[in-house]
Design a protein. Structure first.
Length: 297
């Protein structure tokens, strides 16, 4: 009987994983090419980007996703906003994974060697899960925005880093709890007992035996965490707490497009459907990875 599921699964037929990775690849190419081939996403074009009545132009060969109320190209703004959302979300997910893995692995391995440390970290996880972390992150982002130096809004890069740091508070407790459960199982496995008998240090056991056997958990948690962070970033941008204008942001585009849903529905549908596609893509990858690991056990 195996002590733990394999960290690297055999090749299995997983359509969800293939579709998800394929769509992610297409989105990545579009995020690179579309803003480069289209007009700059922040470029205002009142003369050529609006109809004679002053209304936004509908989708056409000239503007595949139409223009907005300032004559800006919606396609360029959608993919520039998607790029910004994914950069922030991946950074926030990476921070969540680092914090969650560190806390979870230490708590799991300390269960027998230092039970007090396991109890302390477990209580910290439980308390954080009980808090309205999303609300606290929104309040913190609003406070940072209000406390800007000399009343000036934060720079685009500074806002992205601040947003990623605040969003990382949302995901790490769940990652820590799942990782702790896996570490508890591995700590009682024969390979860990054998490593201890051979004189391996706790750090060596963690690095050589525990961490490699959590790769399946890490990859599954990473995909679902990115999807969660995309929704968090969109929500905060919708509330005006994302990157400062005129930077393209999917959440802000939805906020601005909602008032034109009757006269110019593409201003709402283009960013809205892009958000749905991005989140669904990472969920497909998550489902595919879970099935692949389950079949490999």
């Amino acid at each position: 009987m195996r002590d733990a599921p394999p960290a690297l699964p055999r090749r299995q037929k997983t359509p969800a994983l293939a579709i998800g990775l394929g769509v992610l690849g297409i989105m990545t190419v579009c995020m690179i090419l579309v803003p480069a081939l289209r007009p700059p996403p922040d470029a205002v074009n009142i003369d050529g980007g609006l109809a004679s009545t002053g209304a936004p132009l509908p989708p056409s060969w000239r503007a595949p996703l139409g223009t907005d109320e300032l004559g800006r190209d919606v396609a360029a703004r959608v993919f520039a906003g998607l790029r910004m959302s994914l950069v922030i979300s991946v950074l926030a997910a990476a921070l969540s994974l680092v914090i969650g893995l560190a806390v979870g692995l230490v708590a799991g391995l300390a269960n027998r060697m230092a039970p007090w440390l396991d109890r302390l970290l477990s209580r910290a996880i439980d308390v954080t899960l009980a808090l309205p972390v999303m609300l606290l992150a929104i309040l913190a982002a609003a406070a940072v925005r209000a406390a800007a130096v000399d009343g000036q809004p934060p720079t685009r890069g500074g806002a992205m880093i601040t947003l990623a740091l605040l969003m990382s508070l949302i995901g790490w407790p769940t990652i820590a709890r799942v990782t702790r459960a896996r570490a508890l199982v591995l700590a009682r496995s024969e390979m860990v007992h054998a490593a201890r008998a051979l004189g391996a240090t706790p750090l060596g056991i963690l690095w050589r035996h525990v961490l490699p056997n959590t790769l399946d958990v890490i990859s599954v948690l990473a995909t679902v965490t990115v999807a969660q962070m995309v929704m968090a970033e969109v929500s905060m941008s919708f509330l005006g707490l994302g990157a400062p204008a005129p930077a393209a942001s999917l959440g802000r585009m939805v906020f601005e497009g909602r008032v034109h849903y009757r006269t110019a529905p593409w201003l709402l549908l283009a960013p809205g459907l892009t958000i749905v596609l991005a989140v669904s893509t990472f969920h497909l990858i998550n489902v595919g990875l879970r099935r692949r690991y389950a079949e490999a056990r």
